[in-house]
Design a binder for this molecule. Structure first.
Ligand code: SF4
Length: 229
């Protein structure tokens, strides 16, 4: 199993400092998660910033926005734009009804209460809520999305399991004692692992020959051997 700090250091050297999302605070980050469906981050940023510019990035503005304007913006975000408009309005409604229009309030409570509050919003499950709280400077763990989880599993963390949830838990257990403590470093680690999983360590055909962490990876050298058999 590689040293976690060394692994992230190698990824940083290769990819550079990762770009943080243009969203700040829990409300913007929930909207960011719901801005697009299966499209690259560049398009996500375009939809997000257009929503900020044309409508306003707060619950009251989105709730009273012209529905056709929302639909036109949501159409840039990929398939099923009507569903996306419905979700944006749900995010606005919940924020207005339960948090007086200010979702930052959840950051003043406990971590568990904040996580529970975020999970009420569309498309936000446990890892999503944990990621948002990490990006808001709250929490000490490293939430992983599927790309980051794949990278850590391949390099040697966790155990092969039948379900995604079981793999996730085994990887979390394996990295727990190696994690940095400050949220900014955790956020960068999350983004670097995601970037690596999306570019070189892809689900099919990982490019181990040009991978910056092949020397510490349990899976990469085996891939190369299998290829040359
Ligand atoms: S060596 Fe291959 S499997 Fe290992 S992290 Fe790199 S790309 Fe992924």
């Amino acid at each position: 199993m590689p040293d976690f700090k060394d692994l992230i250091g190698q990824l940083r050297k290769h990819y550079g400092e990762p770009a943080l999302p243009p969203a700040t605070g829990p409300f913007e980050l929930v909207i960011w998660e719901n801005a697009c469906y299966l499209l690259p981050d560049k398009r996500r940023a375009e939809v997000f910033e257009s929503l900020r510019r044309q409508v306003g990035m707060n619950a009251a503005a989105i709730w009273k926005a012209d529905r056709n304007t929302l639909l036109a913006l949501a159409t840039r975000g990929g398939m099923r734009p009507e569903t996306r408009v419905f979700r944006w309005l749900e995010i606005a409604r919940i924020t207005l009804e339960q948090f007086g229009g200010d979702l930052d309030r959840i950051l003043a409570g406990t971590y568990q209460d904040a996580k529970r509050a975020l999970k009420q919003f569309p498309c936000i499950g446990d890892p999503g809520a944990e990621k948002i709280l990490m990006l808001c400077g709250m929490g000490t763990g490293l939430p992983l999305e599927s790309n980051g989880l794949r990278v850590l599993t391949r390099v040697g963390y966790g155990r092969a399991q039948k379900s995604y949830g079981a793999i996730y838990r085994s990887v979390q257990e394996a990295i727990r004692n190696e994690l940095p403590s400050d949220p900014a470093t955790l956020g960068h680690a999350h983004l670097l692992l995601r970037q690596h999983g999306k570019t070189l360590c892809k689900t099919n055909g990982p490019e181990c020959g040009v991978c910056p962490v092949v020397r510490v990876c349990a899976f990469g050298p085996r891939m190369n051997t299998d290829k040359h058999r």
